[in-house]
Design a binder for this molecule. Structure first.
Ligand SMILES: *Cc1c(COP(=O)(O)O)cnc(C)c1O
Length: 406
């Protein structure tokens, strides 16, 4: 048990997420009264006696104590995530992508089959087509709207059904419980990338998921200053996830974990603002003449809105737009005119970002789009300022495009 035992162990009233975020993952009494978990640096962890050395050998720590299997700060963060997600145990990885790839490698081997949504995070598509194929694991991509129809794609060799809702780039939703039900019926493990919603806005274990992954780099760290991944497993899935991570030598240094624990303290309040601002920007953009389409499941009218309302309790600040088809120079005017939005990868930090996106790669079903796609992350700036900034940049692009035609 980490954190404030009085709050976390009260049997009749489990702590609410915001209380857990404040009191979990720290132990002042064990650390000279320090409010936060100190940074533990170390490889060697000494034992007092042969008996103590031998007693430390557990499946989680197979060679007795060693830094690669974590220190108190590792376990503090992992315990917090497992509690927030409602899963059994969690394991950290050096990046979000490492958590995604190793969650698949934990369950699939040569001759096995995995299913991934067509809107999956781009590097996971590349991993499936390259590395998994090289290891003799076949991957197929499914239409994110497939729902229970996934049963037609399941094979006796299917070991993993992967979800990412909403999906990267196009923010397409999946019917998580329907897909999970069919997958489990065939004995496949259900692995979900839950980065967009965070554990605050979606509890995947309640919906039938076996492993939930976060690129903690995004909202959990929250300040664009560290790269970190984490995967939480159900009791049944835990031994395989744990053993694979140990076998591949996955480990994380203490500075990243300190920053992630610090980020968690304010996750709840930050997210509320990201959600409100992102939705306000999406609404404004859906009325702008230079915007063809807004892809945001919390926006009424979005194809995924009903599923979002049913399963999620909030939205993050990340979504995308398809602009009207314009010349590349006009698009360039849009990006250059923005004052508050940085042009860059990643998201989930305090600052607003825009990212030009390539047309989505698809295997199951083509994704129709004619105009340029732009991903938008609403940061913690004043929403009025963000709205005005986006609006003036679109207006500048519109003027440039019209001048080009004239
Ligand atoms: C960024 C991201 C990842 C990968 O995280 P890194 O920490 O950058 O490796 C995985 N999944 C999703 C949905 C992401 O947005």
């Amino acid at each position: 048990m980490t954190g404030d035992a009085r709050i976390l162990s009260h049997p009749s009233h489990p702590p609410m997420p915001d209380t857990l975020l404040t009191h979990g993952g720290r132990q002042p009494a064990a650390h000279h009264g320090l409010v936060n978990m100190p940074i533990y640096r170390g490889s060697t962890i000494l034992a007092d006696s042969l008996e103590q050395w031998e007693s430390r050998k557990t499946p989680d720590n197979p060679y007795a104590s060693y830094g690669r299997f974590g220190t108190p700060i590792t376990h503090a963060f992992e315990d917090m995530l497992a509690s927030l997600e409602g899963g059994y145990r969690a394991r950290v990885y050096p990046s979000g992508l490492a958590a995604c790839t190793h969650a698949v490698l934990a369950f699939a081997g040569a001759g096995d089959h995995v299913l991934l949504p067509d809107c999956v995070y781009g590097p996971m598509r590349a991993f499936a087509k390259g590395t998994l194929a090289r290891l003799g694991i076949t991957a197929d991509f499914y239409d994110p709207a497939i729902g229970a129809g996934i049963r037609d794609l399941l094979q006796p060799a299917t070991r993993v059904v992967y979800l990412e809702a909403p999906g990267s780039g196009t923010f397409e939703m999946q019917d998580i419980p329907a897909i999970a039900r069919e997958a489990r019926r065939c004995g496949a493990f259900v692995v979900m990338d839950n980065t967009w919603a965070t554990p605050i806005y979606l509890r995947p274990f309640d919906l039938g998921v076996d492993v939930s992954i976060h690129a903690a780099t995004k909202y959990i760290v929250g300040h664009s200053d560290a790269i970190l991944g984490v995967a939480t497993a159900s009791r049944q899935a835990w031994p395989r996830l744990r053993d694979a991570a140990a076998a591949w030598g996955q480990t994380v240094g203490p500075d990243e974990l300190f920053l992630a624990l610090r980020g968690l303290r304010t996750l709840h309040v930050r997210l509320k603002r990201h959600w409100e601002s992102g939705l306000a920007l999406a609404e404004m953009l859906s009325r702008h003449p230079m915007v063809r389409r807004v892809m945001h499941p919390a926006l009424p009218g979005d194809p995924g809105h009903a599923l979002w309302r049913r399963d999620f309790t909030g939205a993050s600040g990340l979504f995308a737009v398809e602009l009207q088809p314009v010349a590349q120079q006009s698009l360039s005017v849009f990006f250059s005119a923005l004052q508050l939005f940085g042009i860059g990868l990643s998201w989930g930090g305090f600052e607003s970002l825009v990212l030009p996106m390539d047309p989505p790669q698809r295997d199951a079903k083509p994704f129709a789009c004619t105009g340029p796609l732009v991903r938008i992350h609403a940061g913690l700036e004043s929403c009025d300022d963000l709205r005005a900034d986006l609006c003036q940049a679109l207006d500048a692009m519109q003027r440039h495009a019209r001048a080009g035609i004239a």
